[in-house]
Ligand binder design. Structure first.
Ligand code: FES
Ligand code: FES
Length: 168
């Protein structure tokens, strides 16, 4: 069974007909040609497919596109103003937060999402003070990005990049 849906992807309204079994990741990559989110595990375990869905970070391999009609999807490519890198993207470049780059679009989307969660005061598993402001320690960064795996092991530089982007 198929349905016609519309998604806004990186600011562009896109119409697509999807089989109801199509994941958001496959709809983006295979149907719309948006190959920025990467398919690593296809099982919600590596984070390489992370996008921002209606402003929240989201594993695009774990949801069905048909359920997301009308949603707004932002990939690492759609971050930042026109012609200007997003501060998190810039920080990854400045701090050498990648090697092969395969995990990087997901890392960047996840970092943008988690910095917003920190700003909103959402605690993580390692947050000690559940009432006050969240202090963005390296432990917090590592815990909040623990769903994003990097086979190259660029973790120390990723932490540096996120800390710098947060101005910490
Ligand atoms: S491809 Fe989605 S989490 Fe690995
Ligand atoms: S930079 Fe290669 S997998 Fe992370």
């Amino acid at each position: 069974m198929q349905s016609d849906i519309e998604l806004t992807v990186d600011g562009q309204r896109r119409a697509v007909t999807v089989d109801h079994r199509t994941t958001l990741l496959d709809a983006l990559r295979d149907r719309l040609g948006v190959t920025v989110p990467k398919k690593g595990c296809d099982h919600g375990q590596c984070g390489s497919c992370t996008v921002l869905l209606d402003g929240r970070r989201h594993l695009s391999c774990l949801s069905l596109a048909v359920a997301l009609d009308g949603s707004e999807v932002v990939t690492a490519d759609g971050l930042g103003a026109a012609g200007e890198e997003h501060p998190v993207t810039r920080a990854f470049l400045d701090h050498d937060g990648f090697q092969c780059g395969y995990c990087t679009p997901g890392q960047i989307c996840s970092a943008v999402g988690m910095l917003d969660e920190v700003k909103q005061g959402h605690p993580s598993h390692v947050t000690e003070d559940l009432v006050g402001d969240v202090e963005l320690t390296d432990e917090e960064i590592r815990e909040r990005l623990s769903g994003n795996l990097c086979r190259c092991g660029a973790y120390p530089n990723i932490v540096d990049a996120v800390r710098a982007a947060a101005g910490a």
